[in-house]
Design a protein around this ligand. Sequence first.
Ligand code: HEM
Length: 211
Amino acid sequence: MTLSQRINGWLRPVPAWPLYILTAIYTVWMFYLAATGQMGVEPINTLEREYGEMALKLLIAGLIVTPLRTWTGVNLVKFRRAIGLCAFFLVLAHFLVFAILDVQSLGRVVTEVIERPYVTVGFVAFVLLIPLAVTSNNRSIRKLGPVRWRNLHKLTYPVAVLSGLHYVWLVKGWPIEPFAYMAVILALLVLRLKWTRIRGWFGAEKGDARA
Ligand code: HEM
């Protein structure tokens, strides 16, 4: 038995729902730390950044599922929907901290989205995530059909690129982290395009509509 088969065997009985619980605990815990003065001198800003960074990590984790299965045989597909929905939930929390606690006015949210390019890019990524979150259920797969559903969910790639760009754009100087995230996102995108082409050569455009 190969290592990937062994890992898949271990993962078979593990359900995806604890991911939702862990994300909820993380979100509440971070909020608690900020609210009780345990997040440094700028707790709102730190909380906003915490949620944003965790959302980006989860978006990337969701993108890794398919190449991981393709290249190593390790199958995390059953966790992908939960990973994506948790990413959306954290982006929503990130946006709400920005809108309600940071800028504190709808007018200023609009101004920031219009006037600050990195906020514009983040906002577009957020808006593009909404149809993905809304259709991350079996009913939507049935309603849209697997091909349309799969095509719609290819939006995860532009969302990830825009999110990476959002991060790279907002930092000052040349810290390694945002560029490392962007490099991973672009590498996954290139892998994805190459793999689609390789499959095209063999005439097999098989896909997996399960989120
Ligand atoms: C898919 C959507 C989004 C992702 C993945 C995302 C991710 C991130 C990340 C990783 C950071 C930097 C965190 C750090 O420095 O450690 C950040 C910062 C920020 N994001 Fe987002 N973001 C998204 C959408 C949005 C939206 C919709 C808004 C507001 C309309 C927004 C506003 C901001 C702001 C203002 C900051 C900088 C906070 C500061 O330091 O002042 N983001 N975001």
